[in-house]
Write a protein that binds this ligand. Structure first.
Ligand code: HEM
Length: 281
């Protein structure tokens, strides 16, 4: 029985590592496309150096933090699946999903559609992990005859979970390819997409706060590792915010360029800069 448990645990951890590596590659691939689009004649992708460094730092920190949390807190107990699924779901998949969404801001046409699918797959993986992580902790509380949603972490956790469900739903509505957005008046489209981007980022931030609140809990507290995880998540949050704001500056530049070449197609007279971009994409 014990041997079987150890084998299952090893297989699960191997699976997590494989998925971690492939997801990191996936979000990087969508980044590469963005570069190819901007450098059509150039086979070698070139990111602006600061964006390249930020992206690399985010890939490394998401992998290190999520896998160390998942591995080092794992002891085959039912509870330990909660930090495992939550850290893989939020720190690895959701962070990489957010990075991939930042990368396709500048894309257009079929490459953009492909990049959006990549983003959607990453967020779907996050959602599956989060659902499993929640089911585990909920069941664990029932087994231990403990009251639900009492700690600050669990209250923030519920808010994060609600946002985690809302955000992909808004993504589904925003994705033109699925046709739902066309049921809404055209003038709402840019606002719906804007709302999805904002809700997505707030959800990710809320998740980082929720995890920070869990780290000092006696069940998971480790003398040396806890401060390192706390610092790591703070740094990751800072890096991703920087990448997002850097990219917004770039979006503005790209937008100015795109407008000059697409003005003929767009009825730009009554649209704001943001609405024009959204319509163009
Ligand atoms: C954003 C990710 C996370 C979310 C949304 C989340 C959500 C929740 C929720 C809703 C509960 C309460 C369940 C209930 O009362 O029935 C809970 C409990 C708990 N979680 Fe998390 N969790 C997350 C990440 C983590 C991580 C990474 C750890 C460990 C490092 C962790 C450790 C705990 C602990 C120790 C409890 C029991 C706390 C208590 O007594 O209320 N959680 N979590």
């Amino acid at each position: 029985m014990m041997e079987h448990l150890v084998r299952v645990r090893q297989q699960c951890l191997n699976f997590c590592v494989q998925v971690a590596i492939s997801s990191s590659k996936m979000s990087h691939v969508s980044g590469d496309h963005s570069l190819n689009i901007n450098n059509v004649d150039n086979a070698t992708p070139k990111l602006p150096p600061i964006v390249a460094k930020l992206t690399l730092a985010i890939h490394v920190s998401t992998a290190v933090i999520s896998l160390s949390l998942a591995f080092l807190l794992f002891d085959s107990s039912l509870f330990s699946w909660h930090p495992l699924f939550m850290s893989i779901g939020y720190i690895l998949f959701m962070s990489e999903g957010v990075v991939s969404s930042i990368m396709f801001r500048h894309l257009d046409g079929p490459v953009r559609v492909r990049a959006i699918w990549t983003h959607a797959v990453m967020q779907a993986r996050a959602l599956i992990c989060v659902a499993l992580g929640f089911a585990v902790i909920y069941q664990n509380k029932i087994i231990g005859h403990k009251l639900h949603f009492k700690s600050t972490h669990s209250k923030f956790g519920v808010a994060t979970l609600l946002m985690t469900v809302l955000s992909p739903l808004m993504g589904v509505v925003s994705f033109k390819r699925l046709g739902i957005i066309t049921k809404f008046p055209e003038k709402w489209h840019s606002f719906i997409k804007f709302l999805h981007r904002r809700v997505g980022l707030i959800t990710w931030l809320l998740a980082m706060i929720t995890i920070q609140l869990a780290l000092p809990h006696p069940t998971v507290k480790r003398t040396l590792l806890t401060p390192l995880w706390q610092i790591g998540i703070t740094v990751l949050t800072f890096l991703l915010m920087m990448l997002s704001s850097r990219s917004q500056i770039k979006l503005k530049d790209d937008g100015d360029r795109k407008h000059s070449s697409r003005e003929v197609d767009l009825d730009s007279s009554n649209l704001t800069h943001h609405q024009q971009l959204s319509k163009a994409l």
